[in-house]
Design a protein around this ligand. Structure first.
Ligand code: ADP
Ligand code: MG
Length: 252
């Protein structure tokens, strides 16, 4: 079992000194660039639940760092102001901002994640980061190991993550060709295995496909526009797992 040492600092300034943060630039509501090609992700720890959630995410982030699936984790710390932080390597961009040249390049990291026994139910372009390597190829890493969206795998993790990634990409770019469809087992098997995660999956899909959210991303000239619109009109919270998976299998 992986043990993560959580350093305790009285004040944030003490952590800043210890880790030699040279700047604090806000990149998103919870992410700050702290210099030296590092970022911190901040967590509120006001309740026992929040504490447990922070510790679980820190452990998963560390585990994924060791396996070269997530960014390298330099340290985990808390301050007496009821905040927790994961200090990790900064990547240059996420896939929302910079889509990959070929989605096949992203496949290995998803496979590795699935093989590591974890299904990330919030897999989407915003939760995959990349940077250029010295040989000009790109290094892709999965981020955001919120324990409410990470479940242990039963062998279908890759299929579930590919379906999620496809759906989240298709919503924003409905002209997109489906990714790695040939790697995915038959629809019946996937649906049966996903039953265990129905609640979690449905919450995420409903969030993606919730009508107000979807509208803005639709490209009106897309060949999939009508199919996506039909999907949106036919799904409810109760059936969104089946509908979204069927959609994935039906679109070429
Ligand atoms: N290690 C990193 N390198 C570069 N960008 C990152 C890194 N971690 C997070 N980000 C950026 O910050 C955003 C939010 O981080 P994330 O961990 O997904 O938090 P949230 O739980 O708020 O979604 C990501 O979508 C990504 O753009
Ligand atoms: Mg995220």
């Amino acid at each position: 079992m992986l043990v993560v040492t959580i350093k305790k600092f009285p004040r944030f300034a003490d952590a800043r000194e210890h880790y030699r943060f040279t700047q604090q630039t806000c990149l998103s509501p919870v992410i700050y660039d702290v210099g030296g090609n590092r970022i911190i992700k901040m967590f509120q720890i006001r309740t026992l639940d929040e504490k447990e959630s922070f510790e679980k995410e820190a452990i998963l982030a560390k585990e994924m760092s060791i396996k070269n699936i997530g960014p390298f984790v330099h340290g985990v710390f808390t301050t007496s102001t009821k905040k927790g932080y994961v200090l990790m390597e900064r990547y240059s961009t996420d896939l929302m901002e910079t889509p990959p040249k070929s989605w096949d390049d992203v496949k290995p990291v998803l496979l590795k994640l699935a093989c590591s026994n974890v299904i990330h139910i919030d897999i989407k372009p915003l939760n995959i980061v990349s940077r250029e390597k010295s040989d000009m190829s790109r290094d892709y890493r999965v981020i955001d190991y919120d324990p409410t969206f990470c479940v242990h795998n039963n062998g279908y993790g890759y299929a579930i993550m590919v379906i999620l990634l496809n759906l989240s990409v298709l919503i924003r770019d409905p002209t997109h060709k489906l990714l790695f469809k040939e790697d995915i087992p038959p629809i019946g098997d996937v649906l049966q295995k996903m039953e265990d995660y129905r609640e979690l999956y449905s919450r995420v899909i409903w969030h993606y496909f919730g009508r107000p959210l979807v509208k803005e991303g639709i490209n009106l000239s897309s060949p999939h526009k009508d199919a996506l619109a039909a999907l949106r009109n036919s799904i409810s919270y109760e059936n969104c797992m089946e509908k979204s998976v069927e959609y994935f299998y039906s679109v070429q």
